[in-house]
Design a protein around this ligand. Structure first.
Ligand code: COI
Length: 355
């Protein structure tokens, strides 16, 4: 039998759970009682521990503040009917964290530290996993540079932390999106595939412009020609046109390799749904919207889950999408994913880890 990593655990003196309003959860605002922390120095990970959630002591010369060596993940845990806590695809998040780490010149995190830190933290704070339908515990693992040094170079020291927060839906209603053809999220050779803080920082200004114009999110296009649809920043994007699912491929290195995206693709293959991993061009999208071959669009992401799209702005024109039939692919795939995550249906791909 595999032995547990011996983690020193310092528990909170007073839990904040009693004062938490679980019926009114705003995404990311409420952090659970404890956090997992490990440090990297002298070329190795050390001092793995669970401690009360608290502020960090930060030196103004901290390298992350200046040069942004910071990566993160997002995954979720769910409570099933017997009170077991089910974590969705944690191994995939660990792998992607290390892909981001490599791109950002950061150290690889051993699987044992990630998985033991995660499972022991979730076990300790299991009462923070919400019980309401649709609610879950959002888990945020992240790593950042900790050298106090102003010169530009990869840091020699890092901290890895896992925080958790009880959440409801990221988007409470179907979203409106605008195809972005001026600003750029990622270019080939850049950091678009890494889940790194700078990608999100760079997206804030264009997203705010779109929000001021009444849209929830952008649909990013490729940085060279702005003619191919890539992703949506907080989520990957999928379309159904003329009976076929279409979503952008990830080989260009400009698109986040979404784990929900991958899960949806797997389910589509299981169900023999026609699926094309290829770039949808902006003009193809426009033609489909005008000619009536467009069926549906939805975002896929850990926070967003399956986010239905209700309006798309293309080349300055708004297209209001027709109400989706109840058997639309996005409804079916959301129901199946929820079934797996809450332990209500078979988990043929072994995506669930039970704590
Ligand atoms: C996630 O879905 O986990 C993400 O990291 C997206 C984030 C912008 C909330």
């Amino acid at each position: 039998m595999k032995t547990q990593l011996a983690l020193p655990i310092t528990k909170v003196q007073n839990s904040r759970i009693a004062e938490t309003d679980f019926s009114n959860l705003v995404f990311g605002r409420t952090i659970s009682d404890h956090m997992f922390v490990a440090d990297y120095k002298n070329g190795e990970w050390c001092d793995a521990r669970i401690v009360p959630y608290a502020s960090l002591n930060l030196n103004p010369a901290n390298a992350t503040l200046h040069y942004g060596q910071s990566i993160f993940e997002g995954l979720k845990a769910y409570r099933n009917e017997e009170g077991k806590i089910l974590i969705f695809r944690a191994d995939a998040n660990w792998r992607r964290l290390n892909e981001s780490a490599e791109r950002m010149c950061m150290p690889e995190l051993p699987e044992e530290i990630f998985m033991e830190g995660l499972t022991q933290l979730i076990d300790l704070d299991r009462n923070w996993v919400p019980t309401a339908k649709g609610a879950s515990l959002y888990i945020r693992p992240f790593m950042f540079a900790t050298d106090d040094y102003i010169g530009v170079k990869p840091s020699d020291t890092y901290t890895f932390i896992i925080l958790t927060c009880p959440v409801g839906n990221y988007y409470n209603k179907p979203v409106s999106v605008k195809v972005e053809t001026t600003f750029t999220r990622a270019t080939e050779g850049g950091t678009g595939a890494a889940k790194t803080a700078g990608n999100y920082a760079a997206s804030l200004y264009p997203a705010r412009q779109a929000q001021k114009a009444g849209y929830d999110q952008l649909l990013w296009t490729d940085g060279k020609s702005h003619s191919k649809i890539e992703e949506s920043g907080t989520m990957n994007i999928m379309f159904k046109i003329n009976g076929k699912l279409i979503t952008a491929p990830t080989h260009t290195g400009t698109i986040l390799k979404g784990i929900t995206r991958d899960s949806v693709i797997q389910l589509a293959k299981d169900w023999n749904e026609p699926l094309e991993e290829r770039f949808l061009t902006v003009s193809e999208l426009e033609t489909a919207l005008q000619e009536g071959t467009f069926e549906e669009a939805f975002g896929t992401g850990t926070a967003a889950t399956i986010a239905h799209v209700q309006r798309i702005n293309v080349n300055g024109k708004d297209y209001d999408l027709p109400q989706k039939p109840t058997d639309a692919f996005s409804h079916r795939v959301l129901a199946e994913l929820d079934g797996i995550k809450y332990g209500l249906v078979q988990d043929p791909h072994k995506w669930i880890l039970s704590v």
